[in-house]
Design a binder for this molecule. Structure first.
Ligand SMILES: Cc1ncc(COP(=O)(O)O)c(C=O)c1O
Length: 409
């Protein structure tokens, strides 16, 4: 694996050139760095191949459309979908969830119906449902967490009931790194006929996604966390429920025929992609998928990131002022992030820790990580999160631990 990582680091100009020679980037759960192949693809596409898709009756436009649709097929294979029409290009995870809330839940849920979430959710998988609850009189219920940061399924049969119409949860938590017990949750949801949405923002960059074995109806993720460009993401909608999902936005590209008083719409996926899509970003995402395919094995990635988490946890555990959040054993086995707080005589604010680390050229995330309710539940205002990707090394973890030791002194 060391060989893979060494070979891989040189693919990321951010890590091998300019000021970032000395920069330690431990914030990939927020957004990842990009390999040369993605940057080059964007450069080449914009330089020589750029044209509108699904419109130009000229070779360049046709070529651009072929490249764009080819990425859709790549994603279909990447996530194990049955048909390319199940892959919808969005702006990202947040838009994907808002899409389902507006285009499906808004229409199909009624007063008294229930949506089940978990206490681990990112605001993106909470606030859209709060809005549906406010507008429709739908009730939100939550799967709680245990003291160790696992999802607590003890009372699952009282949380997911016949009233449940949707269960929506993070595959992997962006704060605690908890991996959701998908099979148990999905089978409880299916047993009452509820739809399932999986927020794969934190899982798709680090583990194989297979929508068939996950047995979900919707799945969302963002390109920018998985080595691809920002501004594009994926919404998977299972083909068999697409009749229930209305268009999310209306305008160009998604229509068959338009009159002054009414319009007819295309079949999926086009009916779900109104307006000019993020063409170059989709092409860049295709290059990121190729990079995963050609350079990253899921098992080696997992082992590598787990070894970085293990060293981080063991190192931080030496300091009595530090409290590690989350399911430590699971993180040591398959994590890609570690969150913690510094509890000294005076609590040290997470922002101060991040600012100190910044003086040592170490980038970490500090704050509530878009999960304020979870932080409130943990009895803290903010935490510090270090997160990894394929390009991080044990040496970086050692330098981070050394900086923390210096700070505590
Ligand atoms: C679990 C989770 N869900 C949703 C999001 C939102 O993703 P985006 O900002 O790319 O839409 C994030 C981003 O951090 C996340 O970690």
């Amino acid at each position: 694996m060391a060989w893979v990582i060494k070979m891989c680091r040189k693919d990321f100009p951010f890590l091998s050139k300019n000021i970032s020679d000395e920069l330690i980037y431990l914030d990939s759960a927020a957004t990842s760095q990009k390999p040369n192949s993605v940057i080059q693809k964007l450069h080449d596409f914009y330089s020589y191949e750029y044209a509108p898709v699904h419109r130009g009756i000229y070779s360049l436009g046709e070529k651009s459309t072929i490249v764009y649709e080819d990425v859709r097929r790549k994603i279909k294979n990447f996530i194990g979908a049955s048909d390319a029409c199940e892959v919808i290009f969005t702006k990202g995870t947040t838009e994907g969830i808002n899409f389902v809330a507006t285009a499906w839940a808004q229409k199909h849920l009624k007063k008294g119906d229930e949506i089940v979430l978990t206490h681990l959710e990112h605001h993106s998988n909470l606030i859209p449902w709060q809005q549906i609850a406010l507008k429709k009189g739908v009730i939100l219920k939550f799967i709680p967490i245990t003291k160790d940061g696992y999802l607590d399924l003890t009372n699952l049969d009282q949380i997911i009931t016949k009233k449940t119409k949707l269960v929506s949860f993070a595959h992997v938590s962006n704060v605690l790194g908890t991996h959701a017990p998908v099979k148990k949750i999905v089978s409880a949801a299916k047993s009452v006929g509820a739809k399932v949405l999986i927020d794969a923002a934190q899982s798709s960059p680090h583990k194989k996604i297979d929508v068939k074995s996950l047995d979900c109806d919707f799945l969302v993720f963002s390109s920018h966390k998985m080595l691809g460009p920002s501004g594009v993401g994926i919404l998977y909608i299972k083909k068999s429920i697409q009749d229930e999902v209305a268009p999310y936005q209306f305008g160009g590209s998604m229509v068959c025929e338009v009159f002054y008083d009414q319009s007819t719409f295309q079949q999926p996926p086009y009916r779900y992609e109104a307006g000019t899509p993020p063409i170059a970003q989709v092409v860049g995402l295709g290059a990121a998928i190729d990079y995963y395919k050609d350079n990253i094995g899921w098992e080696s990635l997992k082992n590598h990131e787990a070894s970085l988490c293990t060293r981080t946890i063991d190192g931080l555990s030496q300091f009595e002022q530090i409290r590690i959040l989350g399911p430590v054993e699971q993180l040591k086995n398959s994590g890609h992030l570690v969150s913690f707080v510094v509890e000294d005589v005076f609590d040290v604010h997470a922002h101060d820790v991040a600012a100190y680390l910044d003086t040592k050229n170490i980038c970490v995330r500090a704050g509530h990580h878009c999960a304020q309710p979870l932080h409130k539940e943990l009895g803290i205002k903010a935490s510090i999160r270090v997160s990894f990707h394929v390009y991080n090394t044990l040496k970086e973890v050692e330098l981070f631990l050394f900086a923390i030791e210096q700070m505590l002194k």
